[in-house]
Design a protein around this ligand. Structure first.
Ligand code: ATP
Ligand code: HMH
Length: 287
């Protein structure tokens, strides 16, 4: 059976971040993608010009209408925009006991524009974080969630990930993409243990939506493995490939998108005929 994966997020007309990136990522992993939209965002590769949040009651309507009908195997949550939307999403997550929930605590776009009201960070930390299975903050988001200064080295990342876990979330993927290093280092913290994930840094301007793509890939991959660490490692490997192939795309004048279908369009796709439930589906994704 093909897994159903849901994104709850905002939009990006340029297709590199938000709901559009999530749906491409779900499809790239042979899962069936669905979306509940929290905010319409006028943005492109050069930045955000305005945000139009969806009324919280209508976000709830979208969720209930969908979840009364469709089985959901994994969820990725991205931009939530406002505290009221956070509350609605937290309530529906619990009401429907949704499995495999990955929260990308989107706060600020790469361009520096805010995607979450500053006063909504408390609601995110207290009302949503304790109800998800994995949270994937970048370094500024981790600092904001904890009310700490932003880290500028990898050494202290495991301890900071542990402090985030103390907020009530079982797994933390702390992303080091914002560090100016030769390697792009993330830390996965689970049950008292931290593991470093090293990816070669890709030299490209097309890095819009890397966080969205990574968290969506983790949710999709989790439907094919019981092991979160395997899902996270495969997702990072997929993202690194998408960054490496990103310069094939010619989209906009700023931070362009990554290449979500790099494995399919460059002739290196899996052989046809693997069924969606086959664990071999993701074979070859681990570096
Ligand atoms: N140039 C790069 N080369 C390789 N990996 C990268 C690069 N930039 C980011 N990454 C990786 O991408 C993932 C996302 O990291 P980042 O810290 O940029 O997230 P983010 O700020 O949430 O992204 P965004 O807001 O654009 O969606 C991490 O795994 C990070 O290590
Ligand atoms: C809708 C949306 N979600 C997340 C991000 C973060 O990259 C973005 N730019 N736009």
């Amino acid at each position: 059976m093909i897994p159903n994966v849901l994104t709850i997020a905002g939009t990006d007309p340029s297709g590199g971040a938000g709901v559009q990136a999530d749906l491409k990522t779900f499809s790239a992993h042979r899962t069936y993608g669905m979306s509940v939209i929290t905010a319409l965002v006028a943005q492109t590769t050069t930045g955000v010009s305005s945000v139009h949040p969806v009324p919280a009651g209508f976000v709830a309507d979208q969720l209930r209408t969908l979840l009364d009908d469709v089985r959901v195997d994994a969820v990725k949550i991205g931009m939530l925009s406002e505290a009221e939307i956070i509350r609605v999403v937290a309530a529906e997550l619990r009401r429907y006991a949704l499995p495999n929930v990955v929260l990308d605590p989107v706060m600020v776009a790469k361009s520096g524009d805010r995607l979450l009201a500053a006063e909504a960070v408390t609601a995110l930390r207290e009302e949503l974080l304790p109800h998800v299975d994995l949270v994937t903050p970048n370094l500024p988001e981790a600092a904001d969630l904890l009310g700490e200064p932003e880290l500028d080295d990898t050494e202290n990342m495991p301890a900071q990930a542990a402090r985030l876990a103390e907020l009530g979330v079982p797994r933390v993927l702390l992303k080091g993409g914002h560090l100016a290093a030769r390697h792009s280092v993330d830390v996965l913290y689970t049950a008292g243990k931290a593991e470093f994930l090293h990816g070669r840094r890709v030299d490209t301007d097309n890095d819009h939506g890397t966080g969205c793509t990574l968290s969506a890939a983790v949710a999709a991959l989790r439907t094919g493995t019981p092991d979160w660490s395997v899902a996270v490692r495969e997702a990072k490997d997929y993202l690194t490939g998408a960054l490496r192939a990103a310069d094939l795309l010619d989209v906009g004048h700023g931070h362009g998108p990554v290449h979500h279908f790099h494995r399919w369009w460059d002739g290196t796709e899996d052989p046809p005929g693997l069924s969606a439930g086959d664990p071999a589906r993701h074979k070859g994704a681990i570096s």
